[in-house]
Design a protein around this ligand. Structure first.
Ligand code: GLU
Length: 340
């Protein structure tokens, strides 16, 4: 349909109405209600080989399933969902703040800092951030080349290290760790800013010696390096990490069990965070309710959509790793189900 010459005849009038409707629908922050006929929501994720991308698309899948089946007492909603690949946690939080994304997956440490507004250089301060639920654990993994000679974080001195793309959660967590070790970019031969998808190939191509990555286990991005070119995951469980875990509520030790990847011949212990689903206070209550419900009512299906989700427990998902207040739409569902 040509948009030129608006104002002549019913077809042109229709075109004008559609155009105005489209503009209104695209206005950032326009309140969307799941009770309206159609609501479009976008969930920010991470790199295409990570687990956030799988999580966002699993959530969309269950939302669409509920919409299509209109099941469980004949209820229906009109939510259409997309979960594009993005730069990661801190990017997602910033875009929710701007009204460009409705939901996002974000590390529990960055949820904490965004809500408190205490590290403005790493994540935008956002008191309007709201929690929905937490997801899988994300151990922070130092992944090193087969012949790099790196066996500890301190061994990164003088090496070529990928610190992660700006906007990713691992970039921020890597910087926290560097700080805790009293190290900075100038301690490395080079510090690259490759994305989570680029870094494994760069390691296998011999362009970098190591990268830091906070991500669910197992995942395709890490497997490219471990199974593809015998990269190893180094344990991070010394005094520096013990102090970080003792001092911060959003960190916990985690184990990557022997056998997870080709080169994990024994358990690897490292510290990590939880992945969480977050939204903004302006996102409509009914929409957040329907998103929460689609996942929680179908939790068995959700667990099967990625091995990192296999152990998800709704009782923990409503408490662990959440710092920002729970969005009222999610809270309504949790109260109905006796989860809160
Ligand atoms: N934890 C990473 C981040 O916050 C993303 C991991 C993933 O894509 O699964 O950017």
């Amino acid at each position: 349909m040509k948009m030129k010459g608006l104002g002549k005849g019913p077809a042109a009038l229709f075109a004008a109405v559609v155009a105005v409707g489209a503009v209104i629908a695209m206005l950032p922050g326009a309140p969307a209600s799941a009770q309206d006929k159609r609501v479009f929501i976008t969930i920010g994720t991470g790199g295409p080989t990570g687990v956030y991308f799988a999580a966002g698309n699993a959530i969309c899948r269950l939302i669409h399933k509920e919409a299509a089946e209109g099941r469980k007492e004949g209820r229906q909603h009109g939510i259409r969902c997309s979960a594009p690949s993005t730069g990661g946690s801190t990017y997602n939080i910033g875009q929710i703040k701007e009204g460009e994304l409705d939901f996002g997956v974000a590390q529990s440490d960055w949820q904490y800092h965004a809500w408190k507004g205490d590290t403005p250089d790493a994540v935008p301060p956002f008191p309007g951030l709201r929690a929905v639920f937490s997801l899988h654990p994300e151990p922070f993994q130092l992944i090193v080349g087969k012949d790099s000679g790196i066996n500890s974080f301190k061994d990164l001195k003088g090496k070529r290290v990928n610190i992660g793309n700006p906007g990713s959660g691992q970039r921020g967590t890597m910087e926290v760790l560097m700080d805790a070790y009293g190290m900075s970019n100038s301690d490395f031969q080079i510090a690259t800013e490759l994305t989570s998808t680029e870094q494994a190939n760069a390691l296998c191509d011999g362009k970098i010696d190591a990268f830091g990555y906070s991500v669910g286990v197992p995942n395709a991005g890490v497997a490219v390096a471990t199974d593809g070119c015998d990269a190893r995951i180094v344990s991070l469980d010394g005094d520096v990490e013990k102090k970080l875990v003792a001092e911060h509520p959003y960190y916990a030790f985690a184990t990557i069990p022997a056998g997870t990847y080709k080169t994990t011949d024994k358990d690897v212990t490292t510290f990590g965070v939880l992945a969480t689903l977050v939204t903004g206070e302006k996102v409509d209550e009914q929409t957040v309710y329907e998103v929460t419900r689609a996942v929680m009512d179908n939790i068995e299906d959700f667990r099967e959509l990625h091995p990192a989700f296999a152990k998800l427990d709704p009782k923990k998902m409503v408490t662990d790793g959440l710092t920002a207040p729970i969005h009222p739409g999610a809270m309504r569902y949790y109260k109905e189900k006796g989860l809160m």
